[in-house]
Design a protein around this ligand. Structure first.
Ligand code: NAP
Length: 335
């Protein structure tokens, strides 16, 4: 009998095809997250599942997934999965780290240009029919990029990829991260500075920290007031890193020049969120990793992880290697 797989959302066809070749596949074919009761029902008779960040996999879900042997999440993060519970039931859990790095770094750079050169505001201006004077020496000026200082907060995979690109744009790069990275500093010619110094020196600040407990709310009123009035804040990390109410005041009252945000404390944004009425902020709907290339790789790697495990191979991204003591890999081999 072919292994049975549940896929909890409409994903890239290439990944579905990979699984269909060897398995019976059931898909919750929608752009929306799978309702919890459908997820529970879907997993009831399945050997493996390809799930997303929005699917909470807890005791209740696992209690009903009696045949489940493999859980592959199409995300780097895995906070949504009760790993301990899965391990105790002999379920192998995998994630997909690192395939989004380039896409998100490129997006951070795109946001920096968008806010500095007022691209969204300019586009709206043209479409609204307001463009009456062909060219004017003082019209819609923005900030240049070359020679400016970029401050990166959180120098992990994405932060480092941003730093490499910024050097190519002739920027000076300083950074603050939990741990200093001397080799990378030397390789790239960038320097470490304490958080408050990065805030006060940089012309552009990009937040690329992981959402650790210490990073929650790490940019609030005090930090925003340390920034230069001419500086810009770009957040591609997680909305909870920034105190959004303080940032809204900073943008309204001119403590900083502008911001570009891909992530918010509540997503999607409420229609009455005051950020929506400000022209010095660029807002995008959490699309940092949304390239054809990155998303295909993400889905295909998640599918590949399922196939590897069902063939009895252990993928590098197995999150709970101790599961092998609970249920040896030979016992989940179906292909
Ligand atoms: P990563 O490789 O884990 O890097 C995160 C970095 O943050 C690490 O270097 C880490 O510490 C540093 N850090 C953690 N807590 C800190 C703190 N309190 N103060 C200073 N630095 C701290 O993660 P990544 O893949 O680069 O992802 C970076 C962020 O982007 C994450 O928040 C992730 O959720 C987000 N993300 C967003 C999108 C999007 O669509 N917008 C897509 C993917 C990821 P060390 O200095 O100890 O290394």
């Amino acid at each position: 009998m072919k292994p049975r797989i549940f896929i909890s959302r409409r994903i890239q066809e290439s990944a579905i095809e990979m699984l269909r070749k060897y398995c019976e596949v059931e898909i919750y074919d929608s752009e929306y997250p799978v309702p919890r009761d459908v997820l529970i029902k879907g997993l009831e008779d399945k050997d493996a599942a390809l799930i997303l960040l929005s699917d909470r996999i807890d005791k209740e879900v696992l209690n009903n997934a009696k045949r489940l042997k493999v859980l592959s999440t199409m995300s780097a993060g895995y906070d949504h999965i009760d790993l301990e519970e899965a391990t105790s039931r002999g379920i192998y859990v995998t994630n997909v780290p690192a395939v989004l790095t380039d896409a998100v770094a490129e997006f951070a750079i795109a946001l920096m240009f968008a806010v500095a050169r007022r691209i969204v505001e300019a586009d709206k201006f043209v479409r609204s029919g307001s463009w009456k004077i062909a060219w004017s020496p003082t019209f819609m000026l923005g900030s240049g990029i070359a020679g400016k200082t970029l401050g990166i907060v959180g120098l992990g995979s994405i932060g480092q990829a941003i730093a490499r690109r910024a050097k190519g744009l002739s920027m000076d790069v300083i950074y603050y991260s939990r741990t200093r990275k001397l080799d990378f500093e030397n390789e790239l010619g960038i320097s470490y500075a304490p958080f408050h110094e990065v805030l006060s020196k940089a012309d552009f600040i990009v937040l690329s920290v992981a959402l650790t407990p210490e990073a929650m709310g790490m940019v609030g009123e005090k930090e925003l007031r340390l920034m230069k009035k001419s500086s810009y804040l770009i957040n591609i990390s997680r909305g909870q890193v920034v105190d959004e109410a303080a940032l809204t005041r900073a943008l309204k009252e001119g403590w900083i020049a502008g911001a570009a945000l891909d992530v918010f404390s509540k997503e999607p944004l409420d229609p009455d969120n005051p950020l929506l009425s400000l022209s010095n902020v660029v807002l995008t709907p959490h699309i940092g990793s949304a390239t054809f290339e990155a998303r295909s790789k993400l889905a295909e790697t998640a599918a590949e992880n399922i196939l590897l495990l069902l063939k009895g191979d252990v993928p590098e991204s197995l999150l709970n290697p101790e599961v092998m003591k609970v249920r040896p890999i030979e016992e989940i081999k179906m292909l």
